[in-house]
Design a protein around this ligand. Structure first.
Ligand code: PMP
Length: 379
């Protein structure tokens, strides 16, 4: 195993920050009581939980009661989509999403489609332009939900949420859900462009198993988990207080460093894009207008998974598709839907950053990557 460790897989996860870890440890020991318990220690825990909720509300510019704690974005996406679709099923037969969503959105839509919902999957092109004409035509009084990600996790597309929100409100009574898992702490996201919004703690240096669903006050939905009255009856189960407080700490730290990290990620991405563009073997698949935190490219002749394995042996960690589906064989549906052929769609590589990466690491990546390609050619 190589001693080198260059981690360019921050869209998959990042290590927790010291503040999140300290909060987790402190709260685990000092506020161990069940926050629903009807005694002094329980009230103390409940107070801490509401404090974390209020802090998160403040950082995201929403009301404290609009913050629901979850186990992560997969749960948040499921709760938002299934919850809204089922709650409005009597009149809302149509639901809309894009072809480039994360599986925790796309698979829910496919499931609901099998149950009888009329699902519209929106197209986008290689430049990441979502077909807003298609959205406009699909909207009518029978649409209950539109779910569109803020930042695509494989390629880094930035979908125009402001325009989408206006269109949705103008042409329907649907709610707009935004999967902001790759946006929080990276892109500015106004709370005025969504009705529901999800993200995961572990992508923003909090701990794995934590997450948030923001649900605006006026939004009604059915729960997925029935039981106790935690989270306003929308998510039964004993609150994970230390995780929730750690998420509040991580969100504060991550938002405070956002601008600086963005600048650094831009520099690293620009350098790598320029160098990779010089190689005949490479097709850059992240459009110019994409997040600075993700750089995706495809190889014309080599399998992405083979290169990823070879890089890993050299201590460089990257993804082929998204981490969630990168162990599955086959092409990336995100690239295929954008219009790339099956070969390029099967040979995608994703580099993703948090803004702490250096140009030296980027240069080292290029050295190792170029020599790997040469080696493979010679063999
Ligand atoms: N949505 C997006 C855009 C993601 O990138 C991810 C994580 N890859 C998820 C949802 C799911 O997050 P989690 O695995 O933490 O539930």
């Amino acid at each position: 195993m190589s001693k080198r460790c260059i981690y360019f897989d921050c869209a998959a996860t990042v290590p927790p920050c010291q503040e999140a870890l300290s909060t987790f440890e402190k709260i685990s020991l000092s506020s161990f009581a069940n926050s629903s318990s009807n005694h002094g220690l329980g009230f103390e825990s409940s107070k801490m939980l509401e404090k974390a909720r209020a802090q998160i509300g403040k950082y995201l510019h929403v009301l404290p009661e609009e913050v629901l704690f979850t186990s992560g974005a997969s749960e948040g996406n499921n709760l938002a989509i299934q919850g809204v679709a089922r709650h409005n099923a009597s009149w809302g037969k149509r639901i809309i999403t894009t072809k480039g969503e994360h599986p925790s959105v796309l698979e829910v839509f496919k499931h609901l489609e099998k149950e009888g919902f009329d699902v519209v999957y929106l197209d986008y092109d290689k430049d990441g332009n979502l077909d807003l004409q298609q959205l406009s035509s699909a909207l009518n009084e029978h649409v209950s939900l539109v779910s569109i990600m803020a930042v695509n996790n494989e390629v880094g597309y930035l979908f125009p949420l402001e325009k989408i929100y206006s269109l949705v409100k103008e042409k329907s009574r649907a709610l707009l859900h935004v999967d902001a898992t790759q946006a929080i702490g990276k892109e500015n996201l106004s709370s005025s462009v969504y009705d529901l919004m999800t993200f995961s703690g572990h992508k923003i240096t909090a701990l794995k198993g934590s997450g948030v669903l923001v649900k605006k006050k006026r939004v009604e939905l059915d729960p997925l988990i029935y039981g106790g009255s935690q989270e306003n009856g929308l998510r039964a189960g004993t609150s994970a207080l230390p995780l929730d407080c750690a998420l509040a700490s991580a969100l504060r730290v991550t938002l405070a460093s956002q601008n600086e990290r963005r600048e650094q990620a831009k520099k690293v991405k620009q350098y790598l894009s320029e160098e990779l563009s010089k190689m005949d073997e490479v097709v850059i698949t992240s459009p110019v207008n994409s997040t600075p935190f993700i750089l995706s490219f495809a190889l014309k002749e080599h399998k992405g998974s083979v290169i990823a394995q070879a890089l890993s042996n050299e201590g460089i960690y990257i993804s082929t598709k998204s981490a969630c589906s990168s162990r599955e064989e086959g092409y990336s549906y995100v690239l295929k839907s954008a219009g790339y052929d099956e070969i390029l769609s099967s040979n995608g590589i994703r580099l993703s950053f948090y803004g702490y990466e250096t140009l030296e690491q980027a240069k080292e990546f290029m050295d190792v990557f170029s020599s790997l390609l040469k080696d493979i050619k010679v063999r």
